[in-house]
Design a protein around this ligand. Structure first.
Ligand SMILES: [Zn+2]
Length: 414
């Protein structure tokens, strides 16, 4: 499990805790329910248990008053991480090009951080802006975040807080629903970012914005990233990617990522044929690793069913090359920053333990996923269930391949 693709944030939402702090001598008791607590402690990244490469998402200001201030906020977050890495240079490193990441992975044992920007309000108004960030080593940008902005409409996840944050989007949804796609600047910004050598993430968009983004990318031969939205057949709400767009993302060379988190993946208004699958899952416990396994394996099944369209070839599945399979990767993401809880323990209660008939339970059975230090426990549990983890393992390679492609075609060749 090499790459954790969803941004981990620091500083911007300081009330969650900054993240990247050592807590060895004051280990708090953390639970899978850690909403509002940033559990990204350095102790849990170090030694690469469960993931080796982490994307650090630098979060753009929600209401920047000027371009300068928007830039400065990102640069401050970057310095925070750079300082931490400099102080712990024997254990951590930053990869600013795909080549650098490969070198660090192959030649050191360090945990590797990659930078992305999530929410680019006032950050990309020209090709020069895009080149500025590409030169800083930003791997990808998620231009739209929690609110409708100058680039286009933001998908609003169900919940009062998300609706309040994007009150502008709520009004537009009611009064001008047709105007929630990408703006002309949004389309232009995708080209600038891509041509400067950064990948573009279609996460957080409304369906219309995502359709527009995939159109622009398709017309120009750009490869999209989809880092942290849901799979619509199970999570039938905004912030979810429908089957057609999943196919398009793979056709354009990108791949889809899923939250490695049973709690976030709990189905909402699933399509009828998918609802059936929940009922058929043996001893299904909602929000636990069962939910992750169900959604992940269903997505794998969907990819397997549609791989011919995705890869545009007729070979039988068993004859696909390693490179074809790499193109069919599935990314893994999480959000240990305080926005969500993580996988619920399957045997957390005495009742569940009695019912299971099992006599021994490990820490993951009893605690679920309280922080990134338990990621490997989750992978081990999935392996014990014979779940095919190769599509996740391949995703780091695919990520680097896409980044290499974008960089090699860029105006600023690395
Ligand atoms: Zn996000």
């Amino acid at each position: 499990m090499d790459l954790q693709i969803h941004p981990t944030m620091h500083i911007r939402y300081g009330f969650f805790g900054n993240g990247l702090e050592w807590i060895s001598d004051k280990k708090p008791k953390l639970k899978y329910k850690h909403l509002l607590t940033n559990v990204n402690y350095a102790d849990y990244f170090y030694q690469n248990k469960g993931a080796r490469i982490f994307v650090i998402g630098l979060i753009g200001s929600d209401s920047p008053t000027s371009r300068k201030k928007a830039q400065q906020s990102i640069l401050d977050q970057m310095s925070y991480v750079e300082r931490f890495v400099a102080e712990n240079a024997d254990k951590f490193s930053i990869g600013r090009t795909a080549k650098e990441v490969r070198q660090l992975v192959n030649e050191t044992d360090k945990t590797v951080f990659i930078f992305s920007i999530e929410g680019a309000k006032k950050l990309i108004s020209s090709m020069e802006d895009a080149e500025f960030w590409a030169e800083k080593g930003i791997a990808y940008i998620t231009p739209i975040h929690l609110e409708d902005c100058e680039y286009g409409g933001a998908g609003i996840r169900p919940g009062l807080s998300t609706n309040i944050i994007n009150i502008k989007g709520v009004f537009r949804k009611i009064f001008i629903p047709k105007k929630r796609g990408l703006t002309p600047l949004g389309k232009q910004a995708i080209s600038w970012m891509y041509k400067a050598g950064m990948m573009v993430d279609v996460t957080h968009m409304t369906d219309q914005s995502r359709h527009d983004a995939l159109d622009v990318m398709g017309e120009n031969g750009f490869t999209p990233l989809a880092t942290h939205d849901h799979f619509k057949p199970f999570y039938n709400k905004p912030r979810s990617i429908d089957t057609n767009d999943v196919i398009r993302i793979y056709q354009l060379g990108g791949y889809m990522s899923l939250a490695c988190n049973g709690y976030s993946l709990i189905p909402k208004k699933p399509y009828p044929e998918y609802k059936k699958l929940i009922k058929e899952f043996p001893n299904y416990e909602s929000g636990t690793i069962d939910t992750y396994q169900l959604v992940y394996e269903t997505l794998l099944g969907f990819i397997r069913k549609h791989y011919r369209e995705m890869l545009n070839q007729n070979t039988s599945f068993s004859m696909l090359t390693e490179q074809d399979l790499t193109r069919l990767s599935v990314g893994m993401q999480s959000d240990f920053n305080g926005w969500v809880n993580h996988t619920k323990p399957k045997y957390g209660s005495k009742k569940a333990q009695r019912k299971s008939g099992k006599t021994s339970f490990n820490r993951f059975d009893l605690e679920g996923l309280p922080h990134p230090g338990y990621l490997n426990d989750q992978w081990e549990e999935l392996k014990a269930r014979s779940v095919d983890l190769n599509p996740i393992l391949r995703s780091s390679e695919r990520f680097l391949q896409i980044w290499e492609k974008v960089q090699s075609e860029s105006t600023l060749k690395p």
